[in-house]
Design a protein around this ligand. Structure first.
Ligand code: NAD
Ligand code: 6OD
Length: 487
């Protein structure tokens, strides 16, 4: 059986405690995972500080950028291994893992290598009374050891999105992937070993949150910053833990994202986009649209078309090229999503399609599947329109005016993303910025340029990462001010 071990200060470390890594397609065992105890996490943090004092701390930005490119090249070279591990852990279709997850894992390293090399630093001249002046310039330094805690939905993509800029800025990292998806993080440690990243710069610890590796990282006094992607309520727990040492935090959390569909949209383009925005990765993308608002003249046509396309989605084996949707990540998450299907019924929703567990008549019946689901008829106050479900489901309602649409979209405690469909240029520029979110997509969804700020408002997060925003989070900036007197 495959074993996933911890990688600490350049060495593979085993643990007494182990837990199973399960394939959600059919419930089969993928690997046995070694759960890091407190001593292992402590060794990882000490290894990080030793690296900062040693060879890693002496690297120049150019050397680090070169290393990041080598990491990306090595991910590309081992593409098939990464694909196999990601697919086994998540059950996602090969068509998605091979075009989104694994290529983005490599792209994150290349992007932040290049962003580092071209990043400007502040410089200001200050004129002083009497003719003297001062020159200010900013120096970028690492924060120290950064704790990186990531979720299971886009495992390699979301881990490397933080590891790449953290290493670019010269930090050491202690990384904890989700307990559900330890595979590609372990392969990434092998890549770091292979490119001879100085020992201790990258440390990997496996485990859970409370009482396990996650909590050991966030409460460790020598972890200098925490960056986290996951549920909003986990963010609350981590924020409390980080408060003790006033650690800098960056949080990318949950969403209850809206789609606004105006009657003047390009219908076919919109429908293709909405199928992705609702059902990509079985709805397990923080950016997915669970609340869909449609201008009334288009409401019935849209509901019928979306439900018909959802019924046609092929649920299947990940390696089948025709498969469009895989299972949910775990039995617990499947039960949570089914709980929301039941709640929607109690709240009076009409199911336009889906709402059940599919039956395959083979080993997939031991997996964690639900049907793609479209519901309607709930009031804006329903819990199903307030709480993040994180599954292949959306609710559709009608609106009459642009201002009503904006108000409905912004009526949430979350604030991650919105997707707006219109061919009216003026409307696009009015509605896009009016969304109280970090990411407002017009005639598109999940279209990413890694130089742009990414993050959320309200319960959806704290801070922005991407481009210079990432470099600024993962750096300590020191302003140097020199007085220059007249000769
Ligand atoms: P989660 O919060 O349950 O777990 C995320 C990670 O945190 C895991 O590694 C877990 O082990 C760890 N963890 C849990 N409790 C912890 C604690 N008390 N201390 C330290 N670590 C702890 O989230 P999940 O179920 O893995 O992921 C799904 C959630 O992530 C959804 O809410 C989704 O919206 C969100 N998400 C947000 C973004 C974004 O960019 N905003 C991206 C992806 C996922
Ligand atoms: O594309 C990204 O950089 C990113 N952070 C995506 C997040 C997706 C959420 O599930």
């Amino acid at each position: 059986m495959t074993q996933y071990r911890n990688y600490v200060a350049g060495r593979w470390v085993e643990s007494e405690r182990r837990f199973p890594d399960v394939n959600p397609v059919d419930g089969s065992l993928v690997a046995t995972v070694h759960e890091a105890d407190l001593a292992t996490v402590d060794a990882a943090v000490r290894g990080g500080h030793a690296a900062l004092k040693g060879a890693w701390g002496r690297t120049t930005p150019t050397e680090r950028a070169d290393l990041l490119h080598r990491i990306a090249d090595e991910i590309d070279r081992r593409r098939e291994d990464f694909l196999a591990a990601e697919i086994a852990d998540t059950g996602k279709p090969h068509a998605m893992a091979s075009t989104v997850d694994i290529p983005r894992g490599a792209a994150n390293f290349r992007a932040f290598a290049d962003i580092l090399k071209t990043a400007p630093l502040d410089s200001f001249r200050t004129d002083l009374p009497g003719g003297a002046h001062a020159i200010n310039y900013t120096v970028r330094k690492p924060l120290g050891v950064v704790g990186i805690i990531s979720p299971w939905n886009l495992p390699l993509l979301l881990l490397t999105w933080k590891v790449a800029p953290a290493l670019a800025c010269g930090n050491a990292v202690v990384v904890k992937p989700s307990e559900e998806t330890p595979g590609t993080a372990t392969l990434l440690a092998e890549v770091m070993d292979r490119v001879r990243l100085p020992a201790g710069a990258f440390n990997l610890v496996h485990g859970f949150g409370p009482g396990s590796a996650g909590e050991f990282i966030t409460t460790h006094p020598d972890v200098n910053a925490i960056t986290f992607t996951g549920e909003s309520r986990t963010g609350t727990a981590i924020m409390k833990a980080a408060a003790a040492d006033v650690k800098p935090i960056s949080f990318e959390l949950g969403g209850k994202n809206a789609a606004l569909i105006f009657a003047d949209c390009n219908f076919d383009q919109m429908l293709d986009g909405m199928m992705r925005a609702v059902f990509l990765n079985s709805g397990q993308v923080c950016l997915c649209a669970e609340r869909v608002y449609v201008e009334r003249p288009l409401y019935t046509r849209f509901c019928e078309a979306l439900a018909a396309r959802a019924r046609d989605l092929k649920l299947g084996w990940p390696m089948d090229p025709g498969t469009a949707m895989g299972p949910l990540i775990s039995a617990a998450h499947r039960d949570k999503v089914l709980g929301y299907f039941a709640l929607a019924r109690e709240e009076g929703a009409e199911f336009l399609t889906g709402g059940a567990v599919p039956r395959f008549g083979d080993t997939r019946d031991q997996g964690f599947w639900v049907e793609p689901t479209v519901i309607a008829g709930l009031p804006q106050t329903a819990r199903c329109l307030k709480e993040e479900i994180f599954g292949p489901i959306c609710h559709v309602s009608a609106f009459d005016t642009e201002s009503e649409a904006i108000a409905l979209a912004n009526d949430t405690r979350y604030g991650l993303a919105a997707t707006i469909w219109t061919t009216n240029l003026n409307r696009a520029h009015r509605v896009g910025p009016a969304m109280r979110v970090g990411l407002s997509w017009i005639n598109s969804w999940f279209l990413r340029d890694l130089r742009t700020p990414f993050g959320g408002a309200g319960l959806s997060g704290i801070g922005r990462e991407g481009g210079l925003h990432s470099l600024n989070f993962y750096s300590e900036l020191t302003n140097v001010c020199i007085r220059v007197d007249d000769g």
